[in-house]
Write a protein that binds this ligand. Structure first.
Ligand SMILES: Nc1ncnc2c1ncn2[C@@H]1O[C@H](COP(=O)(O)OP(=O)(O)O)[C@@H](O)[C@H]1O
Ligand SMILES: N[C@@H](CC(=O)OP(=O)(O)O)C(=O)O
Length: 569
């Protein structure tokens, strides 16, 4: 077995200071990594750890000439970088779906020897979906059949096969798999799957993937330490299945990760998606895709240089590639644009994930773990908008829309206030709104619910309440097409949009240009939505629209001096 990199061990080698760590990397390791890459990484890690320890010692020493060094070190401490942890790299389920993928991700991390990353992992492949299905089946299958649930078998087989192929000790995973089976039997016995149990159930996915990855790194000679987010200070609300991170999380995780690294440096491997409810002390989850939020939270807590989220696509794309394969990468986005995009349905980022990054102004890079050379998307506070027109088109389907018309006469004040107080009382939030004095059209936000669909009972209740003050039309099976871009140029965008939609025989049922300045939303029928997205994509990104937009900009004298590139985003 390969020996580990050990920081701070005694030993003196030629040309190095007495306290320089000895770095060992066994040539007999089972790893497929190029030994050059791994050695470079290990050596750079050892060097930077040595320099860091030295800097810390210097800052504490009375004989230091000048306080600058000390101040600098203290500042670095405050923003986390003195710990040497410089970036956070999050890998989603698709990036760690098999043993081969885990090897490739390990190699990818080691190709950045100058970085000391915190790693955040999601569950392997489709494990979360399988665990959820297994839980649903357990409710009705009976205790004696729980062990035979096909999704449980699949999850077991995937993890055992991975351990086997990586050649790591699987004892901790076997224990977790046994616990998982026991849990499903418990659900079968109770014939009930509460949101709290659901969260505990899905947590097995991340708990297993991170243990496997940490053990694999250890085996190839890279010192790593696994962390369960709920044990290191990820404190959340008790909204099971969709918990919010509380402020106390930031100092808690900084203290833990920073402290451990200083006393015994090892790459932290943290479970994405999970937290601990502040009242219940039970495991919570941050909503589907929540590992992105784990990564940005760690980035903010430690004041890291960059947050990287590694996916299976070349960054944020001009539209969902599953809808239209001509989608292409968007090189730059602002936090605001990325947040709107995520909120309005682009699966690529968790809706809340931009908040910690924006608050701490840490750039987020979306990269492809299958194609690391692709530049990806860089998300920052500001970007040059002089050339920007449309950036991305997002589709959110199966939306419910309400047309609400006041039964009172014109001039009645307080109508909108009443409408929104009903939504507040029922705990339902609203996506897009268009209003007149006596009517309001709005779409309901389904994102707070696990299934992402409002249940009929809730809808009936909303309508019942609203009908006390208005005539209400409930319109289901609608889609919101969100146009993320430079709303300063909305006339140009809308001219094109309405041309395209008219040519395709589509009527827009609601339009909303929000205060955000980056988003115009259109509501159309579900049945027409995908076709609209394709047509809009072709018109904006494929058929010379960018040249038209440049021409328009010149003619209108909005930015005569702006220099245009061929890239029209
Ligand atoms: N605008 C978009 N840009 C990029 N990917 C998108 C977009 N809209 C939807 N997607 C989908 O999001 C997927 C990546 O997000 P996700 O599955 O959450 O990644 P991971 O599990 O690796 O974190 C892509 O494979 C793609 O199918
Ligand atoms: N495993 C969780 C959390 C997550 O973030 O996953 P991913 O990074 O694969 O989207 C989920 O499937 O929701």
């Amino acid at each position: 077995m390969a020996s580990m990199i050990r920081f701070g061990v005694q030993g003196h080698r030629a040309g190095l200071p007495r306290d320089f760590p000895s770095t060992a990397f066994s040539s007999g390791s089972r790893t497929k990594l190029g030994s050059g890459t791994a050695l470079r990484f290990l050596r750079a890690q050892a060097e930077s750890a040595y320099l860091r320890r030295r800097a810390l010692r210097v800052s504490c020493s009375k004989s230091v000439s000048g306080i600058v060094v000390k101040d600098e070190t203290v500042r670095q401490h405050a923003d986390g970088s003195a710990s040497g942890l410089s970036i956070v790299m999050k890998f989603g389920g698709s990036s760690v779906s098999t043993a081969d993928r885990i090897r490739e991700v390990a190699e990818l991390i080691l190709t950045f020897p100058e970085e000391s990353p915190v790693i955040v992992l999601s569950a392997m492949g489709k494990t979360t979906n399988n665990l959820l299905l297994a839980g649903e089946k357990a409710v009705t299958c009976g205790v004696s059949n729980a062990s035979d649930i096909s999704e449980l078998k699949f999850v077991k087989q995937l993890h055992l096969k991975t351990i086997n192929e990586l050649g790591i000790d699987g004892s901790t995973i076997s224990v977790l798999l046994d616990e998982l089976e026991q849990l499903l039997k418990g659900i079968a016995m109770m014939k009930e799957l509460t949101p709290r149990t659901r969260d505990y159930l899905v947590s097995f996915g991340e708990c297993m993937s991170t243990r496997i990855f940490a053990e694999y790194l250890t085996q190839i000679g890279v010192k790593a330490r696994q962390y369960d987010a709920f044990d290191i200070g990820f404190i959340t609300t008790d909204d099971f299945t969709n918990a919010d991170i509380l402020e106390a999380t930031f100092p808690a995780i900084a203290k833990r990760l920073h402290g451990d690294w200083i006393s015994d440096p090892a790459i932290p491997i943290v479970t994405g998606f999970l937290g601990k409810g502040w009242k219940s002390c039970a495991v919570t989850t941050l909503g589907r895709g929540g590992s992105d939020l784990t990564a940005t939270t760690i980035g903010k807590a430690l004041g890291l240089r960059e947050i990287q989220v590694w996916k299976d696509v070349d960054g944020v794309l001009t539209c969902d590639p599953n809808i239209y394969s001509n989608a292409r990468p968007v090189p730059f986005l602002t936090f605001e644009e990325a947040a709107e995009l995520a909120y309005f349905g682009a699966q690529v980022l968790h809706p809340q994930s931009m908040r910690p990054a924006r608050e701490s102004d840490i750039p987020v890079r979306v990269k492809n773990s299958y194609n690391p050379k692709a530049p990806g998307t860089l998300i920052t506070k500001e970007r040059d908008m002089s050339e920007a027109v449309l950036t991305s088109i997002v589709l959110k389907s199966n939306i419910t829309m309400l047309d609400i018309v006041s039964t009172r006469m014109l001039g009645q004040y307080g109508f909108l206030a009443k409408v929104f107080s009903i939504f507040e009382d029922l705990g339902i939030s609203v996506d897009s709104v268009a209003t007149s004095e006596v009517s309001v059209s709005l779409t309901l936000d389904p994102s707070k619910l696990w299934s992402r669909e409002l249940i009929q009972q809730e809808l009936d209740h909303v309508v019942e309440e609203l009908e006390k003050i208005a005539v209400v039309h409930l319109l289901q099976h609608r889609s919101i097409i969100s146009l993320i871009g430079n709303v300063q140029r909305s006339s140009l965008i809308l001219e094109k949009v309405f041309n395209v939609l008219r040519m395709n025989g589509v009527n827009v049922q609601m339009i909303s240009q929000g205060a955000s300045k980056v988003n115009i939303s259109l509501v159309v029928n579900d049945s027409e939505a995908k076709q609209c997205v394709k047509a809009l994509h072709s018109a904006f990104f494929e058929n010379g629209f960018i040249s038209e937009a440049k021409e328009d900009l010149h003619q209108n004298g909005l930015a005569k001096s702006a220099l245009f590139s061929d890239n029209g985003y």
